[in-house]
Design a binder for this molecule. Structure first.
Ligand code: GLA
Length: 784
């Protein structure tokens, strides 16, 4: 294409795209360029802002480039389809933002004369009354639907405004934010715009950052909107901008905005600090919005089924509420490859998202009541509760109810909003839930529901959070149900990506892609023994968490490491305090601590008395958690050494698995680590059951190179690593060997609910419902 391309000329990691103006110049230097743009209309028609709108002045407008789609996709680089009449003088310069000697002659742009709104302003004006949220260097481009250049009238063109500092400023008194861009060379203001609280940010997956929004002039008429494109030096710079833009939106939406607390946390130096605070600093992506189901489910033969499912959901919504849903949220379940029962001890894990997911269709209502229905209303009765926001109590006194999970996510949304200083008036909501994550299967049906509920509540209240915020908060708020879960399930449900297993680290939450060998396939086999983590928590899951915490305190006593009341007591914190490091622990250090468990803890069970003697006080006081109190109420024996040995050895296996992948190891090597993990779960951690053991043994006999329970255990599913070429035979053998004569399996008509092969799937997102509202081919009455 004849496009002026910025992004890479020779790197395949770059997220590049083109402006469809004429130019010979290619940027061959940027290796990690990230670009994004504001797709606002210059005509004041905010309703048409966005990519791909000719009249709205978004990407793909005009006749240039090879634009043909939503984001004007060209062959290699999606095009900003600007018109071919674009002036060469403005685009033939180097686009490399790293190059401080930008050759763009900005003075020839005659900004003030040609563009009334791009005024020459004293850059100091007002700035002394403003706090700088961020300053990020960028190249700036502005889109013109129509522009006069001398006598010539040109349409749909991008004009470079050169390189300079983009600042997001917040007024000290009013708390309001604006965006200011000052061009380096001529020291002129090229952008001085407001950041509306409802600015709709959009970034395109795989293309760096592209953001669309409608931005009015800061000091001009709010009806005049401008389209900008920024190119930052690298991903981290663009991320900084993104995060602060989101912050600014929040500040502009709710006043007054309380300042962040700066008081030190009440833990001793060296303790692991508040994970939420740290997460704020972690790089993060926006939760994506999907406009087609193909983006989520790919081209698989599932697509047709899924389309029907979404249509059914909409039809059910309409039948119940007599209106269309405004949004659909989806959040998937997960399988964990390796790293079991160590997330709550602070160690990293390696899960992937499944195609199986929970959906919530929703809209707001004016009744101030939250109305929650499930498509499977034979099992799940409808429920209505007051829209109490942060005051809602997740009441499990009569046992855990299905809607309690929704309430966890709902409460979590209000908690997160409040912590970020966003003032949200709770709205009534109409909601319908549907899920394909088999319940009690150990595939995280509960966390997918919690994440989905959080996002549905956030969407209904028009507030966006990034993936790290959602993942971290959902881990916390799921705790309202009474389990002491770590963050793995929520994290992967939010951050999952098609084709990618993730190495997930905690405190702060962050993820990295894992490249598995090309012949690695995973088969999930459900033992059909129900794993009801929340119901059995006091005697299983929470007992294990408590045993680990107690082990850490007792070892700490012996090696001179102290924990204080209220601190998040983990085996990772124990090691970090002892080693006086915040760096990731090495394999050798993990082995050293596995040794400490054997040395400082005995293998026979501990009693509460013995434990309290060793720690020199009340166990419930130091643990300071009602859920641990319940554990002590119903258990009299605590196996501390075995649990500690499992945790450190499992944390080591995750690192070894990751390194094996990075060093192009074989599936056999990976399988061995999975088998060791399975054995450690079954023996040292005692979280397996007869059926899980039968399946993993059968899997190995049938050719899997590795097989282990996945998730919390005590029922639920297994994950087996199989050479891709053997998957079909393997599944058939598993069916014949375990399910064919299994009573529970016979009661389930769809085999895929208990035995399936799964590649890593897409994480959570918002689904624009427009596509699913045409339901002519569905008889609504059939669905009721
Ligand atoms: C459950 C929890 C997770 C994790 C696993 C075990 O799925 O929700 O946080 O602890 O068990 O690895």
């Amino acid at each position: 294409m004849s496009g002026f391309s910025f992004g890479d000329g020779n790197s395949n990691t770059s997220s590049s795209f083109s402006f469809g103006a004429q130019s010979d110049t290619k940027d061959s230097n940027a290796t990690t360029s990230s670009t994004f743009s504001f797709g606002a209309s210059t005509t004041g028609n905010s309703g048409t802002s966005g990519f791909g709108s000719v009249s709205g002045g978004g990407f793909g407008a005009g006749g240039g480039g090879s634009s043909n789609g939503l984001f004007g996709s060209g062959t290699n680089a999606p095009a900003f389809g600007a018109n071919q009449t674009t002036n060469n003088a403005e685009t033939k310069k180097s686009s490399n933002v790293n190059n401080e000697e930008d050759t763009t002659d900005a003075s020839s742009m005659k900004l003030p004369e040609i563009h009334g709104k791009l005024k020459v302003i004293d850059v100091k004006t007002g700035e002394e009354d403003e706090e700088v949220l961020c300053t990020v260097r960028s190249k700036l481009y502005v889109f013109y639907k129509e522009d006069k250049y001398g006598d010539e009238v040109r349409k749909n063109l991008w004009k470079s405004r050169g390189t300079g500092d983009v600042k997001i400023l917040r007024h000290k008194q009013t708390g309001k934010c604006r965006l200011l861009m000052r061009q380096d060379k001529v020291k002129k203001i090229c952008a001085n715009v407001a950041i509306p609280a409802n600015a709709n940010l959009k970034r395109e997956e795989g293309q760096g950052y592209r953001i669309t929004t409608s931005l009015p002039d800061f000091d001009g008429s709010a009806t005049e909107l401008r389209t900008f494109a920024f190119k930052f030096k690298d991903d981290s710079a663009s991320q900084t901008f993104f995060d602060n833009f989101e912050k600014a939106k929040a500040f502009n939406g709710g006043t007054p905005v309380p300042e962040k607390k700066t008081t030190a946390p009440s833990v001793k130096p060296g303790a692991v600090t508040n994970p939420v605070t740290q997460t704020k600093n972690a790089p993060s992506k926006a939760v994506p919005t999907f406009t087609t189901l193909r983006e989520i489910y790919g081209n698989s033969n599932q697509l047709q089924r899924q389309t029907l499912r979404y249509k059914n959901l909409c039809a059910r919504f309409r039948a119940l509420y007599n209106e269309e849903p405004n949004f659909i949220i989806r959040a998937p379940g997960r399988a964990n490859i390796i790293g079991e029962h160590i997330d709550y001890m602070g160690f990293s894990v390696m899960p992937f998202a499944l195609e199986n997911d929970t959906l919530i269709a929703g809209s707001t209502n004016t009744s101030n009541r939250v109305q929650l229905n499930h498509t499977d209303d034979m099992k799940f009765d409808p429920v209505t509760f007051d829209a109490e926001g942060k005051n809602l109590k997740v009441d499990t006194t009569n046992g855990v109810q299905w809607y309690n999970y929704f309430q966890c996510g709902y409460r979590g949304f209000f908690d997160e909003a409040a912590e970020q200083g966003k003032i949200v008036a709770p709205k009534g909501m109409n909601l319908v839930v549907n899920t394909t994550v088999p319940l009690g299967s150990g595939l995280s049906s509960s966390s997918s529901f919690v994440v989905c509920s959080f996002l549905a509540s956030a969407r209904a209240h028009d507030i966006a959070f990034n993936q790290q915020e959602v993942g971290t908060r959902c881990q916390k708020c799921e705790g309202y149900i009474g389990t002491m879960g770590g963050g793995m399930d929520q994290a992967i449900s939010v951050t999952g990506e098609k084709g990618k297993a993730k190495h997930v680290e905690f405190f702060p939450l962050r993820t990295a892609d894992v490249s598995l060998p090309s012949n690695a396939s995973f088969v999930i086999a459900n033992s059909l023994a129900v794993s009801a983590k929340a119901v059995t928590a006091d005697k299983q899951y929470n007992l294990r968490v408590t045993e680990c915490k107690l082990g850490a305190i007792i070892i700490g006593k012996q090696i001179g490491v102290e924990f204080v009341k209220g601190e998040n007591i983990t085996y990772r914190a124990l090691a970090e305090k002892f080693l006086k490091t915040k760096n990731a622990l090495s394999v050798e250090q993990l082995i050293q601590f596995e040794g400490f468990c054997k040395q400082h803890l005995h293998s026979k069970p501990y009693t509460q008395n013995e434990i309290e003697g060793l720690i020199g006080g009340s166990a419930t006081v130091i643990l300071d958690d009602r859920r641990c109190d319940n554990v002590f109420n119903v258990n009299s024996e605590f196996y501390l050494q075995q649990r500690g040995v499992h945790v450190y050895s499992e944390a080591r296996r995750v690192l070894q698995f990751k390194d094996t992948c990075a060093n192009a190891g074989t599936i056999q090597e990976l399988g061995r680590l999975m088998n060791e993990s399975g054995a450690s779960c079954a023996e040292a951690f005692d979280c397996s059951c007869v059926e899980l053991n039968q399946i993993t043994e059968l899997a190995i006999r049938n050719g899997a190179v590795g097989s282990r329970l996945t998730g919390a255990g005590w029922g639920g599913s297994t994950v087996s690593l199989v050479d891709s070429k053997d998957v079909d035979t393997f599944m058939q053998k598993m069916y014949d060997g375990f399910y064919k004569n299994n009573e529970r399996a016979r009661a389930i008509s769809d085999k895929k609910m208990y035995l399936f092969s799964s590649a890593p799937a897409q994480g959570a997102g918002i689904v624009e419902v427009g596509n699913f509202l045409s339901i002519d081919d569905i008889n609504v009455n059939d669905l009721l």
